[in-house]
Design a protein. Structure first.
Length: 246
């Protein structure tokens, strides 16, 4: 009887020990996950602070295209060396309310939902976050990260800095990134010397730079460029360009 009771007691102790071990492992995993998340957040905030004064050296898209093509064209220039009409054209084309929102254009999101999701609603701020810190493609994970990261960039960077980064990292053709490289390739001029029509046509291809031509635009691209010119004039007149123009 004594031996049976001893075995029963040891069994209970073993079960209790295993239970405690399981709880311990679970707690360790949770701690590791929390630490990993906090580390990722800290790294992101550090990069946001760094890139507010230092130009991002590369993006996932640029790196991917370099691997695919063997080379890419990219020349970083400060926003002061980019034609003002180029900056206004991009804002008019991609995010007319850029100066009015804090990273998300609620009106554009509402219009996109009412249109069945066929229209894009990403602001320039969101696109910068996607281009600089994340990756291309559609996924809920990427969109969730983009949504949570955008307010941080809006809080730390000025509107002018956000637009400057966008103008230098946006894909503007096959293996071409930024408006300076595009201006040199397509028109043989610097981004500072772009004309109104040239700037509008560059902005017109941004939604699909690999499938639309700047030098041989279709009627649809020409029509979009004309609309962008009107929009650029409008945002200058009504003050929606004030946040990035001196």
């Amino acid at each position: 009887m004594a031996q049976k009771a001893a075995r029963k007691s040891r069994g209970k102790k073993n079960k209790a020990s295993k239970a405690k071990s399981g709880i311990s492992i679970g707690r360790r995993i949770r701690r590791w996950v929390v630490r990993a998340v906090l580390g990722a957040v800290a790294a992101f905030v550090a990069l946001v602070l760094l890139y507010s004064v230092v130009n991002p050296p590369v993006t996932h898209t640029i790196w991917s295209e370099w691997r695919r093509l063997g080379r890419v064209e990219r020349d970083w220039v400060p926003i002061e060396e980019i034609s003002p009409i180029m900056a206004r054209s991009v804002v008019a084309a991609e995010d007319a309310n850029f100066c009015l929102h804090w990273g998300f254009d609620v009106e554009a999101i509402r219009d996109a939902l009412e249109g069945g999701g066929n229209r894009g609603a990403s602001t320039l701020s969101q696109q910068v976050v996607k281009n600089v810190f994340l990756w291309q493609g559609r996924s809920w994970v990427r969109k969730a990260l983009e949504t949570s990261m955008t307010p941080v960039v809006e809080l730390v960077w000025s509107k002018q800095r956000i637009l400057e980064v966008y103008l230098n990292v946006a894909e503007t053709g096959q293996g071409i990134f930024g408006v300076e490289a595009a201006a040199q390739r397509y028109y043989g001029v610097s981004a500072a010397k772009l004309s109104r029509v040239q700037a509008a046509r560059l902005a017109a291809i941004l939604p699909s730079p690999r499938n639309r031509s700047v030098t041989d635009p279709t009627a649809r691209t020409r029509k979009r460029a004309a609309s962008i010119l009107d929009g650029a004039a409008t945002i200058r007149a009504d003050g929606r360009a004030d946040c990035f123009e001196d």
